[in-house]
Design a protein around this ligand. Structure first.
Ligand SMILES: [Zn+2]
Length: 433
């Protein structure tokens, strides 16, 4: 099983027949890859294959290989991945090895392949439409699990020009034009390129495989294609985004296009049902709701401010002045922390010589606020920072308002520590004066 590095290139049956679903061949080489968690992986090369290896933006085929073991037991081996190497050998990744020389029957996962051919042939068509309508070249193509993209060397495109390209592509699909392949020499291809009859030519030397959409596009490509544009089924442009070298256009063809439209429609229907309106009214309704929402938020904030002032006055009135300090300590489970902060700032201006230790217990950890009137001299930020540091916690703020977070089980201890420090600080200032 030692690798033979002079293997002949694998005969690629999909070049001449991209609709070939089954084929027979023989194992020419087997090598073991160091497997991951799922055990060893074997790479099998065959003398001929209909399996498409990842290349040119189109992903590999899946499927299975059928063979007989030496004792005659039938074997079905799933092909999980297919790659080609620089020598032109196609490697089929499997979980079981087969001996060199073993005859195999290959079967490709046709649903997956046909979907890939729809997206890939759709890409030829789309790139050609962008080139012909807007003189914008395609620089790369990626076929993904759900959507595909092409990167265009282009300035940002207007919605109108995108719509125009999409319409033209779908007209060509409706015309069901033949899609054919043929081979030309490198020099012939270069002449075609110069004359503007060929959209793109790779650097590769030797014979060039051309894919022709009748009277619309000719392009060099080694991928798998449909027999006619009608088989693309339909093409839908989805999203456009700016990328470093131009514009990325997301598109879907065939059943992917139907699925995407179905998902969109369901979303629209669900959303419009929620609002009891027709889908066409969604943009104006959402705009109105957003405007209303902002107005409501402003109104709510105004009311919260007014409420905080009233509640602050009541809290200050309830607490007597003792030794030159009105220290108010409260904790709330049902008030949000923004409001508790607002309340702290309003309470210390509601009466002179007032300090607060307020806790918002609406969530864990508890948020602690301390604040003081401007006629008191201690530093809230410093006191809270030092108290929290004692518990290995962090927090702080300005001289007149500070905040920090503490786990519920340490809240009492922290409050006691802050309370003592504040009372001591006020007492010391009174002694001095
Ligand atoms: Zn192609």
């Amino acid at each position: 099983m030692v690798g033979d590095f002079n293997l002949p290139a694998t005969e690629r049956l999909y070049y001449s027949d991209s609709f070939l679903k089954t084929f027979s061949g023989a194992v020419t080489e087997v090598r073991e890859l160091v497997g991951g968690n799922e055990g060893p992986v074997w790479q099998l090369s065959l003398n001929r294959t209909a399996f498409y290896p990842t290349s040119g933006g189109q992903p590999f085929d899946r499927g299975q290989l059928s063979a007989s073991s030496p004792d005659g037991t039938p074997l079905q081996i799933p092909v999980e991945q297919v790659e080609e190497d620089e020598q032109g050998t196609v490697w089929h990744f499997a979980r079981k090895p087969l001996a060199v020389g073993t005859p195999v029957q290959g079967q490709i996962d046709w649903g997956r392949r046909f979907d890939h051919m729809q997206q890939h042939t759709g890409q030829h068509l789309l790139s050609a439409a962008f080139w012909q309508e807007l003189q914008v070249p395609t620089v790369s193509f990626h076929l993904g699990e759900d959507t595909s993209t092409i990167d265009l060397a282009s300035a940002p495109l207007t919605p109108l020009s995108l719509e125009c390209v999409e319409r033209i592509a779908n007209e060509i699909i409706g015309q069901d034009r033949p899609v054919t392949t043929r081979y030309v020499s490198r020099s012939e291809a270069e002449a075609m390129l110069t004359a503007g009859h060929l959209r793109k030519l790779p650097d590769r030397q030797g014979t060039i495989r051309l894919v022709d959409i009748a009277d619309f596009d000719q392009n060099a490509c080694g991928g798998t294609h449909l027999r006619s544009t009608g088989q693309i089924g339909g093409l839908q442009l989805r999203a456009v985004e700016k990328v470093s070298r131009g514009v990325r256009v997301e598109f879907v063809c065939g059943l992917r296009s139907v699925r995407a439209a179905r998902t969109d429609f369901d979303l629209l229907r669900e959303t419009s049902n929620l609002l009891s309106i027709a889908a066409a009214e969604l943009p104006s309704t959402v705009e109105r709701l957003l405007t209303d929402g902002k107005a409501h938020a402003r109104e709510r904030q105004k009311l919260r401010e007014e409420l905080a002032v009233l509640q602050a006055a009541r809290l200050a009135a309830e607490e007597p002045l003792e030794n030159g300090l009105r220290l108010i300590e409260r904790a709330w489970k049902d008030l949000d922390r923004d409001y508790v902060k607002l309340l702290a700032s309003r309470t210390v201006i509601a009466a002179p010589r007032t300090a607060v230790i307020f806790c918002a217990e609406d969530a864990s950890p508890v948020r602690v606020f301390i604040a003081r009137s401007s006629d008191l001299e201690f530093n809230c930020g410093q006191i809270l920072r030092e108290a929290l540091a004692h518990f290995g916690l962090r927090g702080g703020g300005s001289a007149d308002l500070a905040q920090g977070e503490v786990p519920a089980e340490q809240e009492e201890a922290l409050r006691a520590s802050v309370r003592d420090t504040i009372c001591r600080a006020v007492a010391q200032t009174r002694e001095r004066t």
